[in-house]
Write a protein that binds this ligand. Structure first.
Ligand SMILES: Cc1cc2nc3c(=O)[nH]c(=O)nc-3n(C[C@H](O)[C@H](O)[C@H](O)COP(=O)(O)O)c2cc1C
Length: 312
């Protein structure tokens, strides 16, 4: 039994309310983080925060009681501060700041990973947000090792620490390294050694063995799980217990997920969400690959349920 902290990663377009609910129902997570809320010069109205974080309506916790932190992405310190204060007023228990997004549209507007070229600006954003919310509310940052290379990794981490952040998550790749394996867990370790605040290690953890190796190489006792968590919904529990789930359990979770999606969107969107999850599940489960082949032509949940019944 590990005492490691496990966090479900923010994943825009993937780890939304429904996936957060499904994964935290299964359990093993200390908290999760919303998809990024884009801050671009305006004080966002409450409805925007509720859209990205519907859990704000239920005490900022998922159905199973797992806390949900709100992530903001932007580069204007004053505007980030105002929006952080707004999120906290709506019930956010913690604010995370995104300095890692590689998307071109985001980077073009001076957001996400490109900010890692400007540690001074990183410092200003974190400082402004830290000053704008009560001391009881943690403010954290999430960064990659760098933008084009990792030369400024320690400087950025020190900037985050000096600004008073409560912890720092490091995805062990630069922006240009994208999502290509490996993630450089040893480099996360170098960052951890350079700062006194807690560092959460992230990147390329797909199995309990990966988690253990990441912990060893980074020296971090907190780990954030991203795509691996979606590919194996029991991953956090497996990291904690050492026991791997069996396919029937995963399939039952998928069916529960399908039930919860009924009536949440247009039929094709609902079916699309199921296909999206299956697309991740098939990385780890051969049975999911078979199911994916069978369900991919269905355009509605109804059709999928019918097919599943015939497959039993
Ligand atoms: C589809 C997708 C969307 C993502 N969206 C966000 C995001 O909104 N905010 C963020 O900080 N990181 C985001 N990330 C990065 C992840 O949080 C994580 O750092 C990255 O996937 C590496 O972890 P992994 O190898 O365990 O997936 C996203 C990643 C993916 C795959």
């Amino acid at each position: 039994m590990t005492t490691m902290k496990l966090i479900l990663a923010p994943m825009e377009g993937l780890a939304d309310f429904w996936i957060r609910q499904a994964l935290t129902d299964i359990g093993g997570y200390d908290w999760c983080v919303t998809e990024f809320v884009r801050v671009n010069g305006l004080l966002l109205p409450p409805k925007v925060f509720y859209r990205w974080c519907p859990e704000l309506r239920t005490g900022a916790r998922t159905r199973s009681g797992t806390p949900v932190h709100v992530q903001l992405l932007g580069s204007d310190p004053a505007c980030m501060a105002d929006n952080a204060a707004q999120a906290v007023a709506l019930g956010a228990p913690a604010i995370d700041l995104n300095f890692g997004c590689p998307a071109k549209t985001v980077n073009r507007h001076r957001g996400g990973a490109v900010l890692l070229d400007e540690p001074e600006l990183v410092h200003q954003v974190v400082s402004a947000v830290r000053a704008a919310v009560p001391a009881s509310i943690p403010v954290s940052a999430k960064m990659r090792l760098g933008n084009l290379d990792d030369a400024l990794a320690l400087e950025n981490a020190r900037a985050v620490a000096a600004a008073g952040a409560s912890w720092l998550t490091v995805h062990g790749r630069t922006k240009v390294q994208g999502y290509r394996p490996p993630a450089y867990w040893d480099r996360i370790g170098a960052v951890r050694e350079a700062v006194s605040l807690p560092v959460i290690a992230n990147g390329e953890i797909w199995t309990p063995e990966d988690a253990a190796r990441c912990q060893r190489e980074s020296g971090c006792d907190a780990i954030m799980l991203g795509r691996g968590a979606v590919s194996d919904p029991y991953l956090a529990r497996a990291v904690r217990s050492g026991e791997r789930a069996q396919w029937p359990q995963v399939r039952a979770q998928l069916e529960t997920f399908m039930q919860t999606l009924v009536g949440t969107g247009k039929p094709a969107q609902e079916a699309g969400r199921v296909k999206q999850w299956l697309n991740y599940l098939r990385r780890q489960w051969p049975e999911a690959e078979v199911l994916h082949q069978q369900l991919r032509r269905e355009r509605t949940l109804q059709g999928m349920f019918g097919l599943l019944e015939r497959l039993v």
